[in-house]
Ligand binder design. Structure first.
Ligand SMILES: *Cc1c(COP(=O)(O)O)cnc(C)c1O
Length: 340
């Protein structure tokens, strides 16, 4: 079987998750009658330090529902230029929310607070209304980079002092909390709303949660329905989500250790590797004398899978199905490519 380092989304549910799915108590969630979904939403709200939460089909749906709920047509949203919302959601903020995007450069995913302050438009008949700022933590394209609570606080203060909302794309926020050994609420307190994925390193098969104020989530529920996200006996999917939040967070540390091991091995082979803070390793392929796609096809022949991130950059992502031996095997495969 291939050593699949393409993404932490390839993780399959645990045996306990599968049992919880089969045994879940369910009802019609569009009527608010699915006890397992209700339990997941209450638990997620508590863990994330918000009044309420909403179970959504995917991280993308969570982010899009958030933008739709925060904004009206023609508003402006400030996004980090390498963010998932801007790059990997099919242009949905334009297509669905009808918002104008303003992108800012960053230092490893962290936007400078003074740049954010300058980007917020004054209230003037000529201007779009700056309604929302989105942060992403950990930051995928920056290589799983962690934004510290203090860095988030600085941006949050700038935004909220000017009446601008803050949404956190926390697809991998638990990785940030584990990496810094901080509480998840140390991060979420600096966002009005937050989306976290249950289906990445946390291993649930499906879904994300969006958390925020009671009033916000009430409105978000309406947008989720419009997007076709009103699910019926969704408790079968919420049950593994509960286990994701209660049992799968601490083990993310193991993924981080394996990513560090992989990065160290690559550096020993003289590859240029971006700083590794969590479970993502970005490596330049020039050392192998080839571009990312050629490198990936050589690697795939040897049973190791990863994804291209740039013409000459490959991303490896560690997760629950990867062992220390897999990392050693992958490094041997890479070394063999160098010597071929
Ligand atoms: C994966 C991811 C998402 C979207 O999640 P899906 O469930 O794949 O839609 C959003 N933001 C970031 C940073 C992600 O890595």
């Amino acid at each position: 079987m291939a050593i699949d380092l393409r993404s932490d989304t390839v993780t399959k549910p645990t045996e306990e998750m599968k049992r919880a799915m089969v045994e879940a108590e369910v009802g019609d969630d569009v009527y608010g009658e699915d006890p397992t979904v209700n339990r997941l939403e209450k638990l997620a709200a508590e863990i994330l330090g918000k009044e309420d939460a909403l179970f959504v089909t995917s991280g993308t749906q969570g982010n899009q529902v958030a933008v739709l709920t925060h904004c009206v047509n023609g508003d402006e949203v400030i996004l980090e230029e390498d963010s998932h919302i801007f790059n990997y959601e099919g242009g949905a903020v334009a297509a669905l929310a009808g918002v104008q995007t303003r992108t800012l450069a960053s230092d490893r995913g962290t936007m400078a607070p003074d740049a954010v302050a300058r980007a917020i438009r004054g209230v003037n008949i000529h201007n779009a209304r700056t309604r929302l700022i989105c942060m992403e933590n950990t930051h995928n394209r920056a290589g799983g980079a962690v934004i510290s609570p203090e860095q988030m606080e600085a941006v949050y203060k700038v935004a909220t002092s000017k009446g601008v909302g803050v949404h956190l794309d926390g697809a991998r926020l638990f990785n940030a909390a584990v990496a810094l050994k901080r509480e998840i609420t140390d991060f979420t307190r600096y966002a009005c709303t937050v989306q976290v994925c249950l289906s990445k390193g946390l291993s649930a098969p499906i879904g994300s949660v969006l958390a925020g104020s009671r009033e916000f989530i009430q409105e978000a529920r309406w947008w989720r329905k419009k997007l076709g996200g009103g699910m019926r006996q969704a408790g079968y999917m919420a049950a593994p989500g509960i286990l994701a939040l209660t049992q799968m967070v601490d083990r993310l540390e193991e993924d981080h250790q394996l990513a560090a091991l992989l990065a160290e091995g690559l550096r020993q082979l003289s590859f240029e590797v971006k700083p590794v803070e969590t479970n993502i390793v970005l490596v330049h392929t020039e050392r192998a004398g080839m571009n990312a796609l050629d490198f990936l096809s050589r690697l795939a022949e040897k049973g190791v899978l990863a994804v291209d991130f740039d013409e000459n950059v490959v991303r490896f992502t560690t997760h629950r199905h990867i062992s220390e031996q897999d990392i050693r095997t992958a490094l041997q495969a890479i070394e063999a490519i160098l010597h071929a």
